[in-house]
Design a protein around this ligand. Sequence first.
Ligand SMILES: [Zn+2]
Length: 309
Amino acid sequence: MRWILVLALICCSLAARADFDYRLEPRQIAESVWLLEGSTDNFAAANGGNIVNTGFIVSDQGVLVIDSGPSRRYGEALRQAIARVTDKPVLKLLLTHHHPDHALGNQAFADVPIAALAGTTQLLAEQGEAMAENMYRLVGDWMRGTEVRLPTETLTPGPLQVGNRRLQLIGLRGHSGADLAILDETSGVLFAGDLLFYQRALTTPGTPGLDLWLADLERLQALPWKQIVPGHGPLASSAAPFKQMRDYLGWLDGVMRDGAEQGAEMNELIRTPIPERFAGISLSRYELIRSVSHLYPRYERARLRRVDR
Ligand SMILES: [Zn+2]
């Protein structure tokens, strides 16, 4: 009898966890600007892939959404969360870049233009299927029904008027090869996409180079922002995320540059001690291992080229 009770309790708790509800709670961060903040963990069945920040801006004409999240289910939950805040229609979805946590909720926005930089559409077309497959492996059933849906509108960097809101679209490429940052001029909120990670180790698959990424950060920091929404990590109203990113990128670049100089092996580099000042940054060891495997061969080749010359 006792066993039956225990089994029933286990079943109940499993069912409670398996309701696949992201419980999205939009938080107002400025007048008519809302943030949905994800965790700074890695993709896992426990979070359904909700490790990402998405947001939306409510203009007098309707809603502009920034990123669609990691799955169809997330995209649908985002639509419902928006509808709880405003009865204005969704006008458009803007994608900051093509990575799975930002663009696999697109199906829920099939009724509105899905707008992205040309490079983002191309990269999603090339890599979307493999990224979606990987997400199914990582977070399981949360992904059910998720399919890649490509953008339907190409964005050009520059001003974008949406109802009474004027936005600046900034086209960069340091994180993924095609990265869009969005500055809402009315509120001064900067949606930096994954050009900025804060308190969470940055990811490097697809970066054209850490030097380009650093240059992008300089451009972003010079904008007239008042608050910064990083792609991952907490909202900030100071330049702290920029400072941390520059410090971290410089360290990562130095580890690989020095390693290549000294002819170090990859498996030595991935054991490099993480500096104490990065102790508060989540997943730094995990991402160091990934970054070294993505990027170190480039540093080794660059070193070889110099020797040959
Ligand atoms: Zn991301």
